[in-house]
Design a protein around this ligand. Structure first.
Ligand SMILES: Cc1cc2nc3c(=O)[nH]c(=O)nc-3n(C[C@H](O)[C@H](O)[C@H](O)COP(=O)(O)O)c2cc1C
Length: 379
């Protein structure tokens, strides 16, 4: 399907499925175990209704807001995601350019396929750096220094991945990063000629922020070897001292953890379960929002991440007290379907939907979207 003809995120998902190798599409699309959380992340939005206001006279709503003291033109940012070159040769350039085009934050993953420095120099848009904590603390410190030097303004610390989740689509597809091309992969590669041409004729995927030596081993091995599952709240405090700037804790679903994050000194919390890729049957982020909003002070900003596909999802989260939302698969489907143009199209779809839905809701500004617009179907 032509990218321009994709009118919603599901269309982009289908276009990605068509263009990408099966193992690549499944890596983006899949979740852990029975994918209960993956499905709930989106379907939980149906537990809430939007109580729109009539005759509000709104015809050109202002979608801008602020996050960590930074003005952004839309109430969303782009979540971090690893190894984008695998999906398309444009790699992380796609979402980074899309974020700048729509006036919002791009967050670069530790395990990106383009380097901190390359992405830092690519656009003038605001950027955050997502961090996994490795056993090698020297590597952690080095990455933070590089991110700071390259103009990344906030540290996005992901803590829901002490080990990798059980994503069963990957071993079923014989998938590793970088991919090992066996007979099954060859067969699937023939069914995805554009992806294959792109993959085989352009520079190979590598983890651009790691050394050449580490880049050569598989992602699974590196993560299994280097992720520090013993990392604790005390270590998080040490890390905040090392970074000494705005910070977001990513992967929180419980209010006691949210309170602890606030006390430890994080400025914002990303309510997230890693898009249903980690602990299956963990709750949908939108259903964690009420208790977390009640538990922390207003100065702690909340970003809801997971399952967002429609403008109405965004407005529901804002009405329930989120400061912003974030998403990854929408732009990853776009990227896998059509590179930079596809990533831009995905963000455009969500941007246009929010604008339209703000008019339908009857609100001029993001700050006008309050509790009164939400009807909870479940107590
Ligand atoms: C293919 C893929 C790779 C991801 N890589 C990372 C990563 O490297 N670091 C991270 O913190 N989150 C990562 N995530 C999780 C996203 O940041 C985000 O939390 C999640 O995808 C949100 O759900 P959504 O995809 O339904 O929007 C990844 C998600 C996907 C789909």
């Amino acid at each position: 399907m032509n990218i321009k003809n994709c009118i919603n995120i599901e269309d982009l998902r289908m276009a990605a499925k068509k263009r990408a190798h099966k193992m690549v599409f499944d890596y983006i699309d899949g979740g852990s175990d029975d994918e209960v959380t993956l499905k709930r992340n989106s379907s939980a939005y149906d537990d809430y209704e939007l109580m729109y206001r009539v005759l509000s006279g709104v015809d050109n709503p202002d979608m801008s807001t602020t996050l960590l003291g930074q003005k952004i033109d839309v109430p969303f940012i782009l979540s971090p995601s690893a190894g984008n070159r695998l999906f398309h040769t444009d790699g992380e350039r796609g979402p980074c350019i899309a974020a700048e085009k729509f006036g919002t934050v791009y967050s670069l993953a530790t395990l990106s396929s383009l380097s901190i420095e390359e992405i830092g120099a690519l656009t003038n848009g605001p950027k955050w750096f997502q961090l996994y904590v490795w056993k090698d603390r020297g590597l952690v410190k080095e990455m933070l220094d590089r991110a700071k030097a390259a103009g990344f303004t906030a540290m996005f610390l992901t803590v829901d991945l002490p080990i990798a989740g059980n994503r069963e689509r990957d071993p079923k597809n014989g998938f590793t990063i970088p991919p090992k091309i066996g007979p099954k992969q060859m067969w699937e590669a023939m069914k995805a000629p554009w992806w294959s041409l792109d993959y085989l004729t352009k520079p190979q995927i590598r983890y651009a922020n790691l050394s050449e030596e580490t880049s050569a081993i598989s992602l699974n091995d590196f993560v299994a070897e280097q992720l520090d599952a013993s990392f604790s709240w005390d270590d998080a405090e040490w890390l905040l001292g090392e970074w000494n700037g705005p910070s977001i804790l990513k992967g929180v679903v419980r209010s006691d953890d949210a309170i602890r994050a606030e006390r430890t000194g994080f400025n914002a919390i990303s309510i997230s379960n890693h898009g249903g890729r980690q602990l299956d049957t963990s709750p949908a982020p939108i259903s964690c929002l009420d208790p977390i909003r009640d538990a922390v002070s207003d100065k702690t900003e909340l970003i809801v991440d997971g399952g967002i596909r429609r403008g109405t999802d965004v407005l529901k989260a804002l009405a329930m007290g989120a400061n912003a939302v974030s998403f990854a698969r929408p732009y990853l489907y776009g990227l896998a379907a059509g590179g930079i143009d596809g990533a831009v199209r995905s963000v455009e779809i969500i941007h246009d939907a929010i604008k339209r839905d703000m008019i339908l809701l009857g609100v001029q500004n993001i700050s006008d979207i309050d509790e009164s617009f939400i009807n909870r179907l479940k107590p």
